[in-house]
Ligand binder design. Sequence first.
Ligand SMILES: [Zn+2]
Length: 342
Amino acid sequence: MQKNRKRNIFILALCISMVFASFAGAYGATSAQKKAEAKAFGDKAQEAMEKADSVEAKAVIMQEQIDEKKKEIEATQEKVTKKEAEIDSQTEALNQRLSVMYKTGTIGIVDVILSSDSMEELLMNVGLVQKILKSDQDILKGLEDELAELEALKKQLDEQKAQLDAQKAELDVLVEQYRAEADAAKAEQEKLNAEAAALLQEELANQPNVPYTPPASGSYTWPTRGVISDDYGWRICPFHGEEFHDGLDIASSTGTPIYAIADGVVGTANWYGGYGNCVTISHGGGLQSLYGHMNTIYVSRGESVSRGQQIGTMGSTGNSTGPHLHFTVYMNGSSINPWSLY
Ligand SMILES: [Zn+2]
């Protein structure tokens, strides 16, 4: 009878702890959910940022083309100015020649007639004068044609530049748009991350204050008490940006016991990079488990441990933002989803 009562109390305690655990689980899902949402916004921000960068790269190339066009326009403008000066000086020369001819009377048709002894000479002299003037006019006409050509070229270049300017302006607007999108997504990501952190604190505060008993059923012991603050899969890591989270993060207070999930032999039992104080256990059949960020380690390398044995306590050593257990399960050296064991 006494034994039966004890068993009943144990079952009751187990039920209570399971109810609390499911509460904690529900809360944990909310915090983890927020983190997942935050990650989605982080991805969105990243995507918009990449789009902005790619459009900006195009805008830079376009700006180079615009600068090149500007140089061409300036060079053409210089040629135009030079040509105009040539035309001015040619016109000046022609005017001067006409003026000199007039003043000295050499151009006077009467002089030509009077100074010509014969009709033949008259015709020749008139022709000569006309030839000189025609040559001057031809030169002037040639220069004016060249000027018109240069001006047409400049107009064409101006139009091309205006087109490039308009295209670049469009790209600039697009870059601004993507940058604004990225900023908005980033702000949303930060907001959700802050909410997730606040929820986690709430979840931790709402944890049952009863002693934790590792579940007796199933083949594997749950490694610690706490809430899932980060699930297995892709996430934004505060230290490495986007990365694959190869385990579960279970958060609680410093000193919470950590248990071996199954019988095995301890491999690592010391400081291990970002994992801080870390224990790994080989369970045979290619199965290994890793426990990171521990506060204290109770086992040593080569030691045999049994399932449910406490191997240390929770901490925040290594790359960690708060007390939690990082728990990875490996099969033949590759991480597997820890949930598959439970
Ligand atoms: Zn982790």
